[in-house]
Every structure is written in structure tokens, then in C-alpha cells.
Design a protein around this ligand. Sequence first.
Ligand code: LLP
Length: 432
Amino acid sequence: MIKKVCGNTLYFDGCNTVELAKKYGTPLYVVSETDILEKCQEFRDCFLNKYPNTRVAYASKAFLPLAMARLMDREGMCLDCVSGGEIYTAKMAGFPAERIEFNGNNKSPKEIEEAVAFGVGRIIIDSETELPIIEEICKEKGKIMNVLYRVTPGIAADTHDHMVTGKKDSKFGIDLEPETIFPAIEAAINSQYVNFLGFHFHVGSGIYQNEPYLDSLEIVLDLVKAVKEKYNYDIKELNVGGGFAITFVKNEQRPPYKYFLDPIMERIEKFSADLGIERPSVVIEPGKGIVGEAGITLYTIGSIKEIKNVRKYVAVDGGMTDNIRTELYGAVYEGVVANKMDQPADDLVTICGRCCESGDIVIYDIPIATPERGDIFCVYSTGGYNYSMSSNYNKVVDAPVVLVKEGRDELIVKRQTYDELIQGEIIPDSLK
Ligand code: LLP
């Protein structure tokens, strides 16, 4: 349990959160190494150590400062990268290229060239127009690239529509229409510059049920069978994506990851035996599932505005610039006044951000200890897609990130300065 209360104060992975806020200022992201290690251990126990020839590719888009890339390397994870910037970050952190997969629906030729030159382990092709670009670059560099095709099985998952990625009407993946997918497969099988490994799909993010994975898998296994029958070609790798739900609020606990992974592996193993092929390597791509619950965000409470019989707004010194998810997806969080943990949480308030947007709300209608200006407010489960989706809207500087572990706190991202905020900006001669 990384959250503890001592007296009136919240502790997180052994660190006094009020002291952290004083030491580093707020807003402040705090990430628990202990929790990340526990999640990695859960994936080892229920997947990597239980089923041979499997890999976990951490979805870098969730949170990838240099230190996180180091931590994933040390934990023996692979990385799912979706941009030249994520690959560059991994490279600068010393992450081994062969454990990187390059994904994304519109990779630029420059990014593909960087990926091939760096020697990433595989490229997940998202459209049939991508293969010729990869072949051209591999030919130039005298390399052969492992590739998979991302396909869209057309299964809608029960999550926010902006986070459903495996449905038919999706910008992601190659369509499974026979006149599209089979020529693409033939081109990959016959290419002298790529080694065609298999298929990838990703149903969406924040998925609580295993059905969308199993329904999508059935469709992809039909394709594996068709490839065997049409081309006598055995698929060597299946990537079932990520999206496993995390716990944001107490009354909606996430299922254990084995709830998703056991039925997926059992199905793939039975299918492989029935078809008479070696069970393909299986890859999963958790993002939030590794880092989501490991993060909290600390704010200082500022203005408090009570509108009689309407609402009590409690403003914090951050908001949509460090956590866009409430506004973007209607995300629901839990939070506490970190210096009043011994007081009853019976004051119903709305935690609002400091940006000039009415939608800049962090948490609607949450009961907390009666707040006062200067109190420290902590939001739970902000490890995924908060820092990585942060912005400088209203010219608010990026918040720092502190990595904590059993009472130790280490800065892994500095607070941005005003000079850094404008360093890329130029006043042209015409305006001087
Ligand atoms: N693999 C692929 C191909 C993905 O596109 C994603 C996320 C993942 C894995 C990891 O999904 P996760 O395990 O983190 O749910 N911005 C949204 C999440 C969008 C995720 C997009 N793709 C949010 O803040 O919840």
C-alpha cells in the first residue's frame, strides 16, 4: 500500500506529501517507483513467467521521461514507441533498440529512417502505404526490418469514444476487407526487405471487460488461419495491444491483469494446437496499467468561491494544463486534502483549475475536508496521460516530476522556467 496516513498528513511511498509540496513547489507530479515495480511484477507473474515467448511493451505515450525509460529497461520491459521523439528519449536513456517497437498511424519517412537506423526491433505497420517506404529505407541501409500489420477487428469497446481504437471506423490499422488486407500480406511475405511476423490490434483504453479483447482476437485468429491456408505461412507474433483498466475511484476497482491475459493465452494456445502451428510470440502493451496508479498530483489550494445553493469552487494552482483528462474524457478522480487527513471529508466541493476555461475542472462534486487557502490537495491515479498530455496553455509552465521510493524523493523532471517557456520563440526582424 503506497498511500498511508500519519497524523493529519498523507504519505506516498514513504514520503510526506506536504513536505514534498514545500520542497518542490506545486503543481507537482509524484510517481511511486514501488507501485510501478509492483505492476511490472504482476505482469511477470501472470504473463511473462507463466507463458514462454511473451513480451510486455510499455506504452511510452502514457509517461516517458528519461528516468521512466531507464526504469522500464531495468525491469526488462520492451517499449511501444509512437514517434521519433519517444524513440529519441528511449535512445538517450540507453534503452536497447531491439526491445523497441515503433507504432503509430502516420509515421513520417524521417521517423521511419531514424527507427531503421537505430535498429528498433520491429515496426508495426498501420497502413498498406507504409510498407514501400520501409522497404526503400531498408534497401538503402542494407537492413531487413521485422514488421507486423496493425489491423482493426471492428470491435467497439465500452469506454469513452475518444479511447476506442479497434472499431471499423478508426483512423488506426489496416482494414480487414479481403481486397485490402490480403495484397498487403502478400507484399510483406514476398518482400526481401522485411520479415513479416504477424498482426497487432488495440481495442482501446480503460477497458474493464475481457470480451472486447477475446472478440477482437477471434477475428485476428481467423486471419492467421487464412494466411496459413492461402500462403502456407505461419504467423510468428501476435500483439494484442494494451488498454487494461486501472483503479481511479474506490468503487470501481480494476480487475487483475490475469483476468484479461489468461483467456487470451488459453485461446491462442488452443488455436495454435488446432491449426498445427507453433504458438506465436504474444505481446501486450500496457500504458496506464504500469504507471497510472503510481502517480499523484499535488496542488496548493488558492481561491475558494461559494455560490449559495449552487456550488463551492476550490481553485488549485494547476488543472487542465497538467491534467486534461477530466475535460477531454469526463475522467473521474478521487482526491484529498493532504494536510487534513484526520478531518472528516464532508465538504462537497468542485476542484477547479486556474486556466481561463470554464471547462478547466479537475474533479466535480467531491467531498473533502473543509479546505482553506494554502492547503495541499492531492489527486490520485494521475500517473498515465497527465504529464504526457500536459500543455503550456495560458503560458503555464510544465510541472516537475518527482520519483519516490520508500521515503526517498528524486527529481526526474525539473519545473519549466519562463525562459524555457519562450526559448523557441523569435521576434522577427520586421517587428524589431
Ligand atoms: N497500445 C496502443 C497501440 C495504444 O494506442 C495505446 C494507447 C496503448 C497501447 C496503451 O493504452 P493504455 O494501456 O495506456 O490504456 N489519452 C487517453 C488514453 C489514450 C490511449 C491511446 N492509446 C487517456 O488519457 O486515458
